[in-house]
Design a protein around this ligand. Structure first.
Ligand SMILES: [Zn+2]
Length: 462
């Protein structure tokens, strides 16, 4: 690693105390930002130097909800309901996925994300160790979440425990693990209690928190899905407390089960993905329990799940970050997601002053960091923070002239304008080239494994 200077760009720091540094310098020593200044004194000699004149420098973008290896099924099924999408198309293929498939799919996601400025991914999937290996090779940050469903409870909980023991805070702290019950309707109460026990066992014993990652209130009928599932669970001898079943929504339901907060705590350690349809009582609950929200507007529109009440979240001080959801549905271009988040909030509320560019940028960066319990280390360009940075080339026809770099970033720039990316002090994308491993080979490998897999599935059907 050593020393690196990024010189001469507009720095959008995402630090509310000092949001913009014009023609500034960022000095990095090893994995940490040591100086952010307009004209720094004592620039280290012999440091690697990135000339950022005409560019905008930002913190790395944080994708708070994805399923990285789903690159393998990019646009495999479209224009269908979430239920059909999962049950008819996605789950049958996923049932045949092996570690080597997940590894190569996650490698592609890391490349795609990095080329769009995504330096941290929160990814829930199966064969999660393979995603971790991909993230380590790609030198990005990942919070890996082995998905837990009732029907694989024992193996999934075992896998979660083992991955926390082996990988949490590993790779110079770039890898973390979260516990990931898939959703309220795919995880029975017994499994939820076991996951809560597991996270309570880790509490205070790991350097950084092992929090929860769950799909929550994604569709309007989610509580009906829970009630349907409860009938099946009952046949298996698993009772759902009747008070919980009487809830109006899934967040209230989980609260009634008593699993939204660690033992003896007031505040939650849960990040909910989507949270499109909270009831009025659930909004109060999210605020009171400090449940973090990952907003996934592209996925929510594509699956017609609805539009999350982001303005209400922001007004109440609820932490909201941005997610792309699985790349089978949407690209990893988080800048596009940020723009859509802003436009949707304005459009549905008939008020163009809502969700200004500054809020969309906060969702991409510091609020995203907070949503995944990683604030303090990432999400700002600030002395003492980890050196995760993006250099975006603004010498482009669609970015000239520039009155307001922040508005340009959110409303005009695209992931393809990202020129250089630094994670943990190391340049992983330079001049739009991804450096850690071959992009060509990875794309070829993805095409090979997925065509083999689909052929074998089709053969089985006939
Ligand atoms: Zn998802």
């Amino acid at each position: 690693m050593g020393e690196l200077i990024i010189a001469g760009g507009f720095i959008l720091t995402s630090n509310p105390k000092r949001p913009l540094v014009k023609e500034g310098y960022v000095v990095i020593e090893d994995d940490v930002i040591t100086n952010v200044a307009a004209e720094p004194r004592d620039l280290p000699s012999g440091a690697d130097r990135l000339d950022a004149r005409g560019c905008v420098i930002t913190p790395g973008f944080i994708n708070t909800h994805t399923h990285a290896a789903m690159t393998l099924l990019r646009n495999y099924a479209n224009d269908v309901s979430l239920k059909d999408w999962l049950e008819r198309y996605i789950w049958p293929v996923e049932a045949c996925l092996k570690k080597e498939h997940v590894f190569v799919g996650a490698k592609l996601a890391c490349i795609e994300g990095a080329l769009c400025g995504v330096t941290t991914m929160h990814s829930m999937y199966i064969h999660e160790e393979a995603e971790i290996q991909a993230a380590i090779e790609a030198k990005v940050r990942m919070i890996a979440s082995p998905g837990i469903f009732s029907w694989i409870r024992d193996s999934a909980i075992r896998e979660s425990r083992q991955l926390v023991n082996q990988y949490h805070d590993s790779a110079n702290g770039r890898i973390r693990i979260s516990l990931a019950p898939h959703a309220p309707y795919t995880v029975d109460p017994e499994t939820f209690y076991q996951i809560r026990d597991l996270s309570d066992q880790f509490r205070g014993k790991t350097k950084t928190p092992v929090f929860w990652h769950i799909h929550l209130a994604e569709t309007k009928d989610e509580m009906d899905k829970v009630k349907d599932a409860a009938k099946r669970w009952k046949k298996q001898g698993i009772e759902v407390p009747s008070r919980a079943l009487q809830s109006d929504g899934p967040i209230e339901y989980l609260d009634a089960l008593g699993i939204l907060v660690p033992e003896g705590e007031e505040k939650s350690d849960v990040m909910g993905a989507h949270v499109v349809h909270p009831t009025a009582r659930e909004l109060e609950l999210i605020q009171k329990r400090d449940i973090r929200v990952s907003h996934n507007p592209v996925s929510n529109l594509k699956l017609a799940s609805g539009i999350a009440p982001t303005i209400e979240y922001i007004r109440r001080g609820i932490t909201v970050g941005l997610g792309t959801d699985g790349p089978t549905l949407t690209p990893m271009d988080l800048l596009r997601t940020a723009e859509l988040a802003a436009l949707l909030a304005k459009g549905v509320n008939l008020d163009p002053t809502l969700l200004p560019a500054g809020d969309a940028f906060a969702m991409l960066t510091r609020w995203g960091a907070k949503a995944v319990f990683w604030d303090g280390d990432i999400g700002m360009v600030k002395e003492g923070m980890k050196a995760d940075l993006v250099v975006i080339d603004f010498k482009k026809p669609h970015l000239v002239p520039m009155f307001d770099p922040l508005a340009h970033l959110i409303y005009s720039a695209r992931g393809t304008d990202v020129r250089d990316v630094i994670v943990d002090g190391e340049i992983i994308v330079r001049n739009r080239s991804f450096l850690p491993f071959s992009v060509e080979d990875t794309m070829e490998e993805v095409n090979r494994v997925i065509s083999e897999l689909i052929t074998s599935i089709e053969d089985e059907k006939t």
